[in-house]
Design a protein around this ligand. Sequence first.
Ligand code: PLP
Length: 433
Amino acid sequence: MEKLNLAERDQAVIWHPYTQMKTASAPVPIVRGEGAYLIGENGEKYIDAVSSWWVNIHGHSHPYIAKKVSEQLNTLEHAIFAGFTHPAAIELAEGLLKILPRNQAKIFYSDNGSTAVEVALKMCFQYWSNKGEARTKVLAFKNSYHGDTFGAMAVSARSAFTAPFENLLFDVEYIDTPNAENIGSLKSHVAALSPQLSAFIYEPLIQGSGGMLMYEAAYLDELLSACKQNGIFTIADEVMTGFGRTGKLFASDYLKNQPDIVCLSKGLTGGTMALGVTSCTQHIFDAFLSDDRMKTLFHGHSFTANPVACAAALASLKLTLQPETMENIGRISTKHGQFALKIKGHPRLKEVRQTGTVIAFEWQTSGNTSYFSNLRDDLYHYFLSQGIILRPLGNIIYILPPYCISNEQLEYVYSKIEEALNITGKDQQSVLH
Ligand SMILES: *Cc1c(COP(=O)(O)O)cnc(C)c1O
């Protein structure tokens, strides 16, 4: 019998995320990672220009993180986190509270971004329930994305991803992202709805899955002020924007108003392991203190505060706080800015936008501009054939790289984007396919 290759063995047994298994091309086996590269079976190198779904910040198989994870594995791999604790969880909570917005006082651990959001929502809903008030609605932005579990889906924009579950999702009030024109009416809208509103959840400055949509800190700040004035909790979903993505440690650092709750995951462990964090203020924490056991936050996962994940996060945090990392973030932001200036006004581009290390290119399209357009698949395969992993969101290509990516690697990615833009009409049909 002929030996099956990795892709064939995969296809026999695996169901992949966000993948139409009938039409998807065979998955690309990756056997090694090194810096900004993912390396295939036969040694082919791919520049991971999307940080493996936005999680990687210091590069793949980072030796310092590997060392710390390995030490932790040999010391304590896991321990129940109800009634018990361990040094890695404590040190990480202490370390995060040092850099999070100053009003943050307590760290609740879970497993990923979606669960970090679930915990944030439960904190807010139960806060009001513990106080005997019926505030059950959530305010969220149009085009928002907060995860794939039911609560996280409910507060995300309704889209093709949520359509099959639409009747099962709780009610959410959606508003536009704020700008100079609409901020006045948004504030009065929020005030009018406030008696029912428990919380406002938002992706600060960049709406990632919505298409790397960007909006200004100043108007978000005004909206947050309106929420505070009306007693609505603010939840900063920094799952993607955390740990330097936007040019500062947290996108919330661009704002005067501090959020009541922060959700973290993705870059938290440097992209090494699954871990989620929901931090909150003392005020929220205190509303759960009671002799009445019913006021307890009844939430926990088997692997809450897994020591190995916490060790990875501690190692990543240490790397993040080294001056070189902030220098790299600045370097990438500057390079992106220069390329944006160069490419702006290209007839094939509707818009170029950039915040920190994230740059997005929105392509002109005729007709079908959705997530499902052919342009998306064509571009994806074109870049892959050039040794670059870019996963367009519909007609939007974006670069969201690990901070260790070199200038040469960035320039190579830019040059291939330019090349793709300059392939025209009929050529596009043949070359991109
Ligand atoms: C990815 C993401 C999530 C969900 O995180 P998972 O770890 O994939 O569950 C939530 N919020 C934002 C802003 C995200 O980008």
